[in-house]
Write a protein that binds this ligand. Structure first.
Ligand SMILES: NC(=O)c1ccc[n+]([C@@H]2O[C@H](COP(=O)([O-])OP(=O)(O)OC[C@H]3O[C@@H](n4cnc5c(N)ncnc54)[C@H](OP(=O)(O)O)[C@@H]3O)[C@@H](O)[C@H]2O)c1
Length: 314
């Protein structure tokens, strides 16, 4: 069950380079959509476990929402596109499931906190959190968010760090609960002297550094948090779902897809249904060594401290 990473280096370079060249999501221009508590929520059956899948308005997350709904979960669909989110909810409900949509743009930490606050107000437990939302490169180009964080690092990693922290009471109430960080085989170490990559000068070989460091940060997060949680209550693992699935992110980067979301969804569902332990990184369905920085407890502690500082006040 334990193997060294076999993710081809050439693929990582191609992926991160191509992702950096493309904006990776359109979003609806309508104002923020938050669930109206007066409407109640569609989770009327207390026997149904509850899952939140971030970034489930398309791609891998959308397929995961379908799988989880078919497996009896009440699915909280999340993303920025109200139209795609509501369309998916309608589809899941028409198929006999229960689901609802919550909108939050992870480029704003206040919206992440708003999403968490809404869920804390509306639910008394959460059984599964899939930290899946992601971008390859920002639509408006690289730089910092208004929160002062590298845009890719914020959407892919820090927003999920904040969400996970804030939702922990719901997850503990939903024990045994699971957290799954959808990471990638594309991994680059975090430079703690320049974590926002402001001083960093891209070269051709490392053009996708923003994406790759955010994906490694998700693995450090999983390993660090696993050490601080009671595994009988809440487990957390990270994985590379599949290589070049046919999704918006991959197509926008100009990459020829090599597989589809079914392969990635199979891999994620393995972490939902199987006894896989906690604190692991999975690739090709096996526990695999991620980049060595994730194995360094000092680096994990440094990222935790930095992240706590960055989310202070939210
Ligand atoms: N595709 C691959 O081959 C591959 C390989 C390895 C890892 N992964 C990882 O798999 C995950 C899913 O990727 P995918 O290929 O399914 O991508 P995708 O089809 O582009 O979907 C990305 C999802 O993230 C959401 N999202 C993007 N920006 C957001 C923001 N600012 N705030 C909130 N949500 C946002 C999108 O919602 P809206 O569209 O509604 O904004 C969408 O639902 C990512 O974490 C990615 O890094 C993918």
């Amino acid at each position: 069950m334990f193997s060294r990473s076999r993710f081809p280096l050439a693929m990582i370079v191609l992926l991160v380079a191509a992702l950096a060249l493309a904006g990776c999501a359109e979003s609806d221009s309508d104002s923020r959509y938050q669930h109206d508590p007066e409407e109640g929520n569609a989770h009327s059956d207390p026997e149904r476990p509850i899952a939140l899948v971030t970034g489930s308005t398309r791609g891998l997350g959308e397929e995961l929402a379908r799988r989880l709904s078919a497996n009896g979960y009440h699915v909280i669909v999340h993303g920025r596109s109200v139209a795609r989110g509501e369309r998916l909810v309608e589809e899941l409900v028409a198929a006999g499931g229960t689901a609802e949509f919550r909108r939050a743009d992870f480029l704003e930490l206040a919206q992440v906190a708003g999403l968490a606050n809404g869920l804390l107000a509306d639910f008394d437990q959460l059984n599964l959190l899939v930290n899946n939302a992601g971008i390859g490169a920002p639509e408006e180009g690289h730089g910092l968010t208004d929160d002062g964080v590298d845009k890719v690092l914020q959407v892919n990693y820090l927003a999920h760090f904040l969400l996970t922290e804030r939702l922990m009471p719901l997850l503990e109430a939903g024990a045994p609960a699971r957290i799954i960080n959808v990471s990638s085989g594309a991994q680059a170490p975090i430079d703690f002297d320049d974590p926002m990559l402001e001083q960093w000068e891209p070269d051709e070989r490392q053009i996708g550094r923003h994406y790759a460091q955010s994906k490694l940060a998700q693995i450090l997060h999983a390993k660090d948090l696993a050490e601080r949680l009671d595994p009988a209550q809440v487990t957390i693992n990270a994985l590379h779902p599949a290589t070049f699935m046919d999704t918006y992110m991959v197509r926008q980067a100009g990459i020829e897809p090599q597989t589809d979301v079914h392969e990635g969804a199979d891999r994620v569902m393995q972490l939902v249904t199987d006894e896989v332990g906690t604190g692991h990184y999975f690739q090709n369905g096996e526990i695999t060594h991620p980049h060595e920085q994730a194995l360094d407890p000092d680096a994990r502690a440094a990222l935790r401290e930095l992240s706590q500082q960055l989310i202070e006040g939210f």
